[in-house]
Structure formats: structure tokens, C-alpha cells
Design a protein around this ligand. Sequence first.
Ligand code: PGA
Length: 259
Amino acid sequence: MHVVEAAARPLIGTSWKMNLAPDQARAYVRRLRTQAADDAWGSRTIFVLPPYVDIGVAREELSGSRVLYGAQNVHHADAGAYTGEISAQMLAALGCRIVEVGHSERRRDELETDELIGAKVAAIRRYGMWPLVCVGESGAQHDDGLSMQVVVGQLERIFERTTDEDARSLLVAYEPWWAIGAGATAAPLEHIARLHADIHMWLSERWPGGDQIPVLYGGSVDLSNAAPLLATSGVDGLFVGRAALDPLTFAAICRAGLT
Ligand code: PGA
């Protein structure tokens, strides 16, 4: 069976980005755990990706709960002289399940390339975790009608060496850069449906069973748009930034569309 398939859909997760110090993180995950206990999320898969320094807190507070946790980044090597870096081996030892790679902020600010992101995917898989691979086009590329061309290029380079076996544990997030962060709004639903259909098609042609890889949408998801986004064709989950920095809002987004 496809490994990620064991994780019920939709998958709804958040990266806190560089927010919430350990004490704040503890308060957040305790509130979220309380919300989880009332079972209002159906069988959905819920996850949080805190900063590295909060992962120990997540482990203490979320182990044994239904909320999965992971990391926002990882180094591609297993160990060695890499000052300031964190390895997949370390993250796996802390119980991380999901590791995000390829976010546009890291591509832009840390100059990460698709090739490096591909090497990180391999490292994450060596330690049995699920890579959550972000792809997406810039505003200028979108305006020029190049969205799918850009995303396909990213997919081809990132997954050039990803084996059939490792593809069984992938998650992909479509995150148009122009829809992310303060001042942005989520992409139009028709655009999302078109890109998700194309990404699903590419994944299904690349690997046997690739049609089962979940494709999440990210970029200005909030409480008002979560339900329509989840109802959009090809959207297997949501990846939320700033709207989820409040645990009660995130919990409500996790319930979106359920009666
Ligand atoms: P946002 O961030 O929800 O704050 O737009 C989304 C993301 O970067 O994944």
C-alpha cells in the first residue's frame, strides 16, 4: 500500500515558520491537543511543523495524540562538519513524521535549488519520514502564463533520482509564491484545480502509484476559505501559515467543511 495513503485525507497542517519560542509552543500544542480530544476533526490527518527548537516540546506534548509533528527543513547529509545544521537522523530520533522542503522562502532567502531539495528528499526517506515537497511559481511567472511549466521543471529536477519505493511516502504542496504571506490572498479556485490536476498527472506518469500522492494547497489559507479549498477538485489537504499561529483558529480550520 502507498505509505502516505495510510494517513487519512484530507491532510491539514501548519508550519509556524520562525514563530513561537518553546514556552509559547507548549501552550499552543496543549490547546491543540485539547481540541483534538473532542474528536471534531473526523478522520483527518493533522500535523504541525514547529521550528527545530520546539520539536522536543511537540514530542513531549503530542506523542500518543492524533496530531503528527515534524520539521520545516533538514540538511541533506546524515552527519558531519555542517555547523548549525540538523540531520534527518536527528529529526527521526525526535519522532518527526513529516519534513518540509522546498518552501519558496528558503529558495528565495537561502538560495536553495531543486537539486539540493532532491538531496534532502533522499535524506528524509533514508530515515523513514515523509517529505512534504513545496512547489510553486512566482507572481511574474504566473502573469506570463508559465505556472505549470515552472512547476513541472521543479518536479523533474527535485524528483530526478526519487525511487519508486520512496515515491510511496511523498507529500506535495502546491504553493504559488504570489499567494503566500502578508498582503496576499489565496489563489483562485479554478487556478488551483488546474494546477493540482496537472501535478497529479505528472506524478501518476512518473511513478507507479503516483496518482495516490497527496497534493496539498498552501498560500493564504484561512478560516473563510478552508472549506471551499478542501472541496476543490484535486486538493487533498491544506498547508497553513499565518492563520494557524492561533491554535484555536488552526483547530477550526481542521474542522472546515465538516458538519
Ligand atoms: P500563509 O503561508 O498561509 O501565511 O500564506 C503559507 C505557506 O507559506 O506555506
